[in-house]
Design a protein. Sequence first.
Length: 319
Amino acid sequence: MSLNNIIKVKNITKIIKGKNILDDISFNVNSGECIALIGPNGAGKTTLMNCLLGNKFINSGSIKINSLNPGNQKLKEFLNILSQENVVPEKLKVKELLDFIQKLYKNPLTNEEIDALLRFDESQKDNFASKLSGGQKRLLSFIITLIGRPKLIFLDEPTAGMDTSTRIRFWEIVNNLKNKGLTIIYSSHYIEEVEHTADRILVLNKGKLVRDTTPHAMRAEEIEKYFTLPIKYLDLLKDSDTAELIENIQKAARGEMALSETVRQHLLRQPESDPLSQLTDRELDVLQWIATGMSNKQIAAQLFISEETVKVHIRNLLR
């Protein structure tokens, strides 16, 4: 293993109830890298993290973390995880919880270092952790994962439940950790976050690693970070004047002709004010998917984004 190779995953498979949750996955992670795991729900992201942590056994293949097997006691202070569940103790104040966690480690973050990261005032620290807002709980849980000064952290959907300001603060901290050489692996549904923070992107789909790339390479491949679902054009497409267009879109969906070419033929006969003339290539793709009856879930899977992101774009369009 290379001196810079902090994680080495080779041909791992995880089978649960006869189904391949992870299917022959291999990749390496170098020290100091920030790796994003993306993919639709059920792609295997959380299972992969659990296998890397030793919380789940693999059926075949091998995993090495800092040259050790996952779950080795020597890794206890080397790594930490922020799990998906946003849970804090019910009957401990914030300051009591932080003090307790500090006592678990030989060389924990100091109170000053914690305050600089958390930015809670005295009244917040004197409050019960369970009474914090969802975003504040999430930020607190994140800071707790850093108290032991780990060299490697796993973040499972870290910004879920965070408001915008808390999310911004979270990524400020992550960028500072990157600059200090911490190795970070996180899963996310937010493509914008991935593009701005990750050094590499691992794309999972149906348990397979379908792409190991970088934000720059992903943009070059024209895998866009957003799309607009043109719902307001549906009534227009149902008009008798555009019946031929609908038929041609359906032909394109069956592979009988090129969709973009079809739409452009239609636009040649339309004034520039026609809403269809404003469609992007991505929107043309979505039109094709709508014509085939794809659901939000299927469109989300096609674009490697969450269903919630699809719904957000619909709401934005209909404002």
